[in-house]
Design a protein around this ligand. Structure first.
Ligand code: IPE
Ligand code: IPE
Ligand code: MG
Length: 262
């Protein structure tokens, strides 16, 4: 029997013209995106940064829809980092306002699209009303079986790792488990992303080539694709181009190339 990935790729191939010769990777099961370049998109047009963020939300809508149509199982979007609090208060307020509006306006449609929403990041510092909205979105969509959308909000990977270490240390000190039993699986299960498969493909837009504290543990073997487009210009075709690039990569996970095991 063919795997879900292979079946999905076959239907994508038929519907969307995605390339997949026999020796190529199948569709990435989990795509993570660092959505970057809203400010530069706006500056290039003489517009305020807030307008770039507003257009960025439209790109989020399009990308979620496209990922669902392409049969991607997991999409994880970096929407606000634990370091983004360093920005001017006015911009932070704009970003918080956009998240509020996004949840209020788009939740029903996401639910209709069978999307299941999850949020990762530190709850501390998030305004109470946003925490409530997030809880509502998670509760409403918890039984949906379509695209699994994870929004990284107030998220920093080092912070996530430190919180996981603290949680495990507390359990060990309380005698709930033996510190010697902590292995990679136990540590992964203490992270915000517990239960999610690792990203297969990490995309960053805007031409920047850095991780900026995103999913440091989980991206150990992710394939990285850096797209030049600023986030507001990233559309379904751009996503397909990134997937096509991913499909040309050979993933070795520290082993040997398949051509040695003929
Ligand atoms: C990404 O766009 C959105 C967030 C980080 C919240 P930026 O706001 O970082 O845009 P640039 O990088 O300044 O162009
Ligand atoms: C990363 O982008 C965070 C998000 C996309 C939410 P930044 O724009 O904050 O990253 P740096 O500061 O350029 O590394
Ligand atoms: Mg940026």
């Amino acid at each position: 029997m063919r795997s879900l990935g292979e079946r999905v790729t076959k239907s994508m191939h038929q519907q969307d013209g995605l390339r997949r010769p026999a020796d190529m990777q199948s569709t990435p099961r989990h795509i993570a995106i660092i959505m970057d370049g809203n400010g530069r998109w706006a500056a290039a047009r003489g517009l305020p940064r807030a307008e770039g963020h507003r257009r960025g939300v439209e790109a989020v809508r399009a990308c979620v829809r496209a990922a669902g149509e392409l049969g991607v199982e997991h999409l994880t979007l970096f929407s606000f980092s634990s370091e983004n609090w360093r920005r001017p208060l006015e911009e932070i307020n704009d970003l918080m306002g956009l998240l509020r509006r996004f949840i209020r306006r788009d939740l029903a449609e996401l639910h209709e699209q069978d999307v299941r929403v999850r949020v990762i990041g530190a709850p501390d510092g998030v305004p109470d009303d946003i925490r409530k909205l997030i809880a509502e979105a998670v509760a409403l969509t918890r039984d949906n079986g379509g695209l699994r959308l994870t929004v990284a909000f107030n998220y920093g990977a080092r912070d996530e790792i430190v919180r996981a270490a603290r949680k495990l240390a507390r359990q060990a000190v309380a005698g709930e488990m033996d510190a010697g039993s902590i292995d990679e699986a136990a540590f992964g299960a203490a992270l915000d992303t517990a239960g999610l498969p690792d990203p297969d493909l990490l995309i960053r837009t805007s031409g920047e080539m850095r991780i900026s504290n995103f999913l440091l543990w989980q991206c150990a073997y992710a394939e990285m694709v850096f797209a030049d487009a600023y986030w507001p210009d990233f559309d379904k075709d751009a996503l397909i181009a990134c997937i096509n690039e991913y499909q040309t990569r050979e993933r070795r996970f520290g082993g040997l190339s398949a051509r040695y095991s003929a």
